[in-house]
Design a protein around this ligand. Structure first.
Ligand code: ACO
Length: 317
């Protein structure tokens, strides 16, 4: 089975608390926390690139896996905030890690990007052509934010999570993956950077209420699909690890599965929405805190711009 041999995460040092926004935006700690569940988020400084975050997370993942950079046969980075359009952040990350001659590419699948990378890497490992694939979910999304737009500025944070995947005969690993998307709804949530927009007009644009409604439905659907594909029921789960975008969306997903609160991992209050980094960041934190144990059955589920949504069931170990 394809399994996560090592996982690592990194978040920039600098923290921005809800109260800090009160100084320059018409908002409040109370509004932000009650609507989203967020209390603070990490912000990468201008000189810290997305690839720098990816490097830190990848080093930890490799260390946990007991592997060196020479063991990695491919690098896949999921991000919506790359260093540059080209070269890919995967290539830049690989170079910074000291790798040479390794296939590397980015995928753009917004918040579920890490789960998209997981399915791609799982399929490739199953061909037998590769031994270890490094996948990274990383964002410096705060660099695209319009700091005068209170409806989006308060929601996002920066961070990175990485996993080294391998294939072996053991009982642990990826039991199912599920990917989905609907480009017709893309206008509801966008990072407006690219050939469609004139230079200088960057920004994250979101119709929050519509995104919220879709996220609740599709997170639930994705959760059920991954369980069906793994031939499991919600009661078989030890953990639900949802994308950390909004506490109310997480709560709706929990209710859809009828899970007790203690089986749902939540860290949104400290990181905000870190998009593609959110799930590996949560998994690493759970491991670090001794919550994630060998043999645990974990359902990860995510929803984001595109729209895209995805899920995976993993037997940890
Ligand atoms: N402070 C104070 N007031 C605000 C703020 C703010 N920071 N932001 C918006 N408001 C105001 C609005 O202007 C609006 O005022 P009005 O009624 O006078 O027009 C009012 O608050 C209500 O705004 P809504 O957008 O309806 O508030 P809502 O309850 O929907 O919460 C939120 C907004 C938190 C953005 C929510 O819609 C949400 O979480 N949406 C989903 C976001 C999401 O899930 N993203 C994840 C997928 S995408 C990804 O992760 C990249």
């Amino acid at each position: 089975m394809v399994r996560i041999k090592g996982i690592g995460a990194y978040a920039p040092k600098s923290e921005l608390h809800n109260r800090d926004f009160e100084r320059f935006l018409d908002t409040s700690d109370e509004w932000i926390f009650s609507r989203s569940g967020i209390k603070s988020r990490r912000i990468s400084p201008p000189e810290q690139r997305t690839s720098d975050l990816a490097v830190e997370a990848s080093k930890k993942a490799l260390k946990r896996a007991g592997l060196s950079v020479d063991d990695v046969d491919m690098v896949i980075v999921a991000t919506s905030s790359p260093d540059t359009l080209t070269p890919s952040t995967a290539c830049i990350t690989a170079a910074k890690l000291g790798m040479d001659k390794v296939p590397c590419f980015d995928i753009s699948a917004a918040c579920p990007g890490f789960l998209y990378a997981l399915e791609i890497a799982t399929g490739l490992l199953q061909t037998g052509k590769y031994r270890h694939i490094l996948i990274v979910g990383v964002e410096s999304g705060t660099k695209f934010i319009d700091w005068e737009d209170r409806s989006t500025a308060v929601l996002f944070g920066d961070g990175a999570g990485a996993a080294v995947l391998t294939v072996d005969e053991g009982p642990y690993g990826v039991l199912s993956t599920y990917l989905q998307g609907d480009g017709r709804l893309g206008e509801l949530l966008k990072i407006e950077v690219g050939t469609a927009y004139p230079p200088g007009s960057w920004g994250v644009r979101m119709r929050g209420r519509e995104v919220f409604r879709n996220a609740v439905v599709q997170m639930g659907e994705a959760a059920v699909k991954a369980l069906q594909l793994a031939n499991l029921k919600a009661e078989d789960l030890d953990w639900l690890v949802p994308h950390q975008a909004n506490l109310r969306i997480i709560e709706a997903t929990r209710q859809r599965l009828n899970l007790p609160r203690e089986k749902v991992y939540v860290n949104i209050e400290r990181y905000g929405n870190t998009s593609a980094a959110s799930i590996p960041l949560a998994l690493e934190e759970m491991l670090e805190r001794g919550l994630l144990k060998e043999g645990d059955t974990v359902l990860a589920v995510s929803f984001g711009a595109g729209f895209t949504w995805a899920s995976a069931v993993i037997r940890w170990g």
